[in-house]
Each structure stands twice: as structure tokens, then as C-alpha cells.
Design a binder for this molecule. Structure first.
Ligand SMILES: Nc1ncnc2c1ncn2[C@@H]1O[C@H](COP(=O)(O)OP(=O)(O)OP(=O)(O)O)[C@@H](O)[C@H]1O
Ligand SMILES: [Mg+2]
Length: 485
């Protein structure tokens, strides 16, 4: 019954074109060029940009410490044979380095406290054997992103807030070496000839490196830390990212094989949410995932994970997301999961959703469900498919059932702000209906936003028949009832 799409949905439903829908959809249709705002008279006051808030600096070390470290490090490199050191196991190599560093310290008459010496030793071991100054950050579980902007500035994101750390590299060439070490593990190089590179750390963290001449102030390294303890829907409820009832509805959406798009800005929690949703996939379903850098961690036994491949140095051998998704279709998938839809593969994913691969999912960069729809349309148009926009919109409506919007709010918290259904088209306009929205009500004295997830009062979502088919309609009605109570 639900193996095929395009059948007119017979379930009685409240087709409420939300007030915001029509104008936004109209934008999607023709993107009328907004009249340019009249140029404002430039006042001197307005020209002065506001001073950026001073970032919080953690773990600041003295200039003196870095000077001593450079001296000792250089002396150590002159003394040891790195190829022999590489043959030792981690513990013996550390012992070896410890002995030599202690010797150098006494020869050079360096006065340091025991704790400073320990810190120095640790730093030097990290430089020689690991990822240098990044090691202490990589070891921390509470950090979600590490952003290195050249040798002198490293930022981290902790608890939704970005802060400056005291971590510094000796110079840009040390940073460059570490970047090289990271990307060489996935068989790639980064240098002037190929200055952009994506890689993965052995623990699964996602890495992007961009180096001079493209990065003007030295190599820029961005790491999305891999969470060992994967977030679950239960965590999201505990942290108020979604209400308990909203989470139940999301679970049902996952179980009853709605085709779902997760939309959100950078770092808003899209991949995390996708991972949480996949937990509701039955263990006997064959799932194929396509990602640029494998981040998803499905727990089901019958999963095939695919990853795109960038071109090699000669510009050959690239395998794009479109090729992966197309190949997927020949692998007898029941569900296809695309880590991030960003290009022409959107067309292939929609086709797959439309032709018996119900319950397929993907994420997409957009700031609202309506923007997600127009971005999807844009991707298909840009992909060179010469289709009238009405046809594209009908295709989108025939394929996507639900859009879940994730957002990182200004206080750093991550929330699911919309659970929205795609109902169909009316003329040229896509009609959507919100099931849940997050309503911001104010702010407490610490600056944290106060808000609530609210059900919009839709008693019978458009996927009601689907829920009944999978015997989930009672649970769905109960969750929606509770959400309104
Ligand atoms: N609801 C949440 N509450 C707190 N932290 C979260 C939540 N969701 C995700 N995170 C954390 O936020 C970080 C970014 O999450 P995630 O990788 O899912 O975002 P994304 O939108 O996929 O990012 P990108 O656009 O870079 O792909 C991760 O460290 C993740 O653990
Ligand atoms: Mg992501």
C-alpha cells in the first residue's frame, strides 16, 4: 500500500496553508528580485563596527614557557633518531623522550617547577608522537568543535558556546605538519598544489583543512569531534531539544517510513538528529547510507555504508554523491539515507523516495522548512534538469513527507524548531502544515532562552493512514493529544 508514491492521499486532513507559507512558496516559485533597500545615509557612528565580544580564553601559558619549549624541542630533534623512535611502542617512546628531555633540561640549566616540567614533557611527547597541541583538546569529551585559525588562535565549542583556548602552535609550519599528519592517514596530501582537504581522524572525527595560499593567515583546521556516547532521542528530550511528545511523534515518523528531510544551519544538530531517527528503523530493513565523510552510526545489522571520493591529485577518480545514490538503487535498498544533500543528487534521492524506498532520509542546509523546499528545488534546477518548476514542486511533494527543522539558537542551545508536513501543491504553491513548533517566550537572567515546544493542534497528520498501516495510529493520536493537553 505504501510501497508506491503519488497515490492521492485519502486521509481526511486539515489542509492549513500556514500564513507564512504562501509568500515563502511564492518566493520559491519565481524568486522575485526584492527591491533593493534605499541606501542609508552613512553616519560615522554607523560605520564603526561594534567591538566583538572578548572571547573567553582558557588555559593560557606564558610566553616564556613557549620559548623554553621551542629550545628544548629543537635540541631534542637534533638528538633523537626519529625513525628509531617510530619503531618503539607509545609507552617506550614516551620514556625515551622523557629521559632525553630531562637531560637537556639539566644541561641547559633550565629552572622549572615539577608541574611545569610534566606539562612540558607532555606537550613535547604530543608534538613528536601525536597531534601536538591538539592532543589535550582531542582528549576532551565535552568539546564538539575545534577550530584552528593559524598557529596562534584555536577556538573550541563547549556546551554550545565558542571560546578561545590558550592552545598555540610553535609556528605555521608545525601546524602544517600536523595537518599533513592527519590527512596522510586517509592517504591524502595537503599543500599549495592541493590546498583543501577533507579527512577523518582514527576516532571518526570529521576534519577539514585549508592551507595557504587559500587560507591567508596560515592553515585553518576544523574538526567536528566525534562523540563516543552517541546522542539518542532520550538525550534530546532531557536537554529540551524536543518535548517528550514531539520525540514520540518523531519516533513514529521514523517507524512508519515517512520520507524525511532534516533541515538546519551549520552545526545545528542535523546529523545527530538523523542518527537518532535511524534508531527507529526496523532491524530487518536493508539500509544504505551515502555520506561525504561517514559520520552516521546506525545500529541495525543490515546496513551498507558508502562514502564519496574526492578527485586525486591528477583530478581523476572522483565519485560524487549522485553516482553513489544512483548506484544505491541497484543494491536493493529498502531505505536510502543521504548524510547531506547539497547538489544534483537531490533529484536522485527524490526519485528513490518516489519509487518504493519509503522511509528514506537526508539532511540539508536551510533555515526553515520552507527554505528547505526552495533549496531542494534550486538544487534540482542547478543540476541541469530541464523541468518546469511546477513539475519539480509536484515531485518534491510526492516524495517528501516530513521536514524536521533543527536550529542552534543564539544562547548556544540546539532545538528542533519545526516538525512540518509537506501536503501537496495548490497551483504553483507547496502547501505545508506544522505539527510542532518551538516558541521562544523570553530569556532568563543568565541569557538562556526560555521556550516551549507546542503542538499546533493538528489531530490527524497527513501521514495518519500510513501510521494506521503500521499500527502506530493509536500511539500517534495519544502523543498528539498529550502535546495539546
Ligand atoms: N540537541 C543537541 N543538544 C546538544 N548538543 C547537540 C545537539 N545536537 C547536536 N549536538 C552537538 O552539536 C554538534 C554538531 O552536531 P551535528 O554534527 O549533528 O550538526 P550538523 O548540523 O550535522 O553540522 P554540519 O552542518 O557541520 O554537518 C555535535 O558535537 C553534537 O554532538
Ligand atoms: Mg552534519
Amino acid at each position: 500500500m505504501f510501497g508506491r508514491r503519488n497515490d492521492t492521499q485519502s486521509a481526511p486532513r486539515k489542509v492549513a496553508a500556514e500564513p507564512a507559507a504562501a509568500p515563502a512558496a511564492a518566493t520559491a516559485k519565481a524568486e522575485p528580485s526584492a527591491p533593493a533597500p534605499a541606501p542609508k545615509p552613512v553616519s560615522v557612528r554607523a560605520a564603526i563596527p561594534p567591538a566583538p565580544p572578548k572571547p573567553k580564553v582558557s588555559d593560557q601559558r606564558s610566553e616564556n614557557y613557549y620559548q623554553i619549549k621551542t629550545t628544548i624541542f629543537n635540541a631534542l630533534i637534533d638528538t633523537i633518531d626519529l625513525t628509531q623512535l617510530a619503531q618503539l611502542d607509545g609507552e617506550s617512546a614516551r620514556e625515551e623522550i622523557r629521559d632525553i628531555v630531562n637531560e637537556i633540561l639539566s644541561i641547559k640549566n633550565v629552572v622549572m617547577s615539577i608541574s611545569e616540567q610534566e606539562a612540558l614533557l607532555q606537550d613535547i611527547c604530543n608534538d613528536v608522537l601525536g597531534y601536538g597541541p591538539l592532543e589535550p583538546l582531542l582528549a576532551r569529551d565535552d568539546i564538539s568543535d575545534i577550530m584552528v585559525n593559524g598557529a596562534d588562535r584555536t577556538f573550541i565549542e563547549v556546551g554550545g558556546k565558542v571560546e578561545l583556548t590558550g592552545v598555540r602552535f610553535r609556528d605555521n609550519s608545525q601546524l602544517m605538519n600536523i595537518c599533513q599528519r592527519i590527512v596522510s592517514q586517509v592517504g591524502r596530501r595537503v599543500d599549495e598544489a592541493s590546498p583543501i582537504c577533507d579527512a577523518r581522524l582514527p576516532d571518526g572525527s570529521r576534519v577539514n583543512v585549508i592551507v595557504p595560499p587559500l587560507a591567508i593567515d596560515g592553515p585553518a583546521l576544523t574538526i567536528r569531534k566525534f562523540r563516543r556516547d552517541k546522542l539518542t532521542m532520550k538525550n534530546l528530550v532531557e536537554w529540551n531539544s524536543i518535548s517528550a511528545e514531539g520525540a514520540e511523534v518523531l519516533g513514529i515518523i521514523g517507524k512508519v517510513r515517512c520520507n524525511t528531510l532534516i533541515s538546519g544551519g551549520t552545526g545545528s544538530g542535523k546529523t545527530t538528529l538523523l542518527n537518532c531517527l535511524t534508531a527507529f528503523i526496523d532491524t530487518d530493513e536493508r539500509v544504505i547510507t551515502c555520506e561525504d565523510a561517514a559520520e552516521l552510526q546506525l545500529q541495525q545489522p543490515h546496513v551498507v555504508r558508502l562514502e564519496t571520493r574526492p578527485p586525486n591529485l591528477e583530478g581523476q577518480g572522483q565519485i560524487t554523491m549522485t553516482e553513489l545514490v544512483r548506484n544505491c538503487l541497484r543494491m536493493r535498498p529498502e531505505r536510502i539515507i543521504v548524510g547531506e544533500v547539497r547538489g544534483p543528487e537531490a533529484f536522485d534521492l527524490l526519485q528513490a523516495m518516489n519509487t518504493g524506498h519509503d522511509g528514506s532520509m537526508g539532511t540539508l542546509h536551510a533555515n526553515s522548512p520552507r527554505e528547505a523546499l526552495s533549496r531542494l528545488e534550486g538544487m534540482i534546477t542547478m543540476g541541469g534538469y530541464n523541468l518546469p518548476s511546477k513539475t519539480i514542486r509536484e515531485m518534491i511533494c510526492g516524495s517528501i513527507d516530513v521536514i524536521i527543522q533543527a536550529a542552534r539558537l543564539r544562547d548556544g542551545s540546539r532545538r528542533i524548531t519545526h516538525i512540518t508536513e509537506v501536503l501537496g501543491t495548490e497551483g504553483d504553491v507547496i502547501i505545508t502544515q506544522d505539527l510542532f513548533v518551538y516558541d521562544i517566550e523570553g530569556e532568563d537572567e543568565t541569557g538562556r532562552l526560555i521556550g516551549k515546544h507546542k503542538a499546533t493542534g493538528i489531530a490527524r497528520p497527513a501521514f495518519w493512514d500510513r501510521a494506521r498501516y503500521y499500527n502506530q495510529h493509536h500511539a500517534l493520536a495519544a502523543a498528539l493529544d498529550r502535546a495539546q493537553g
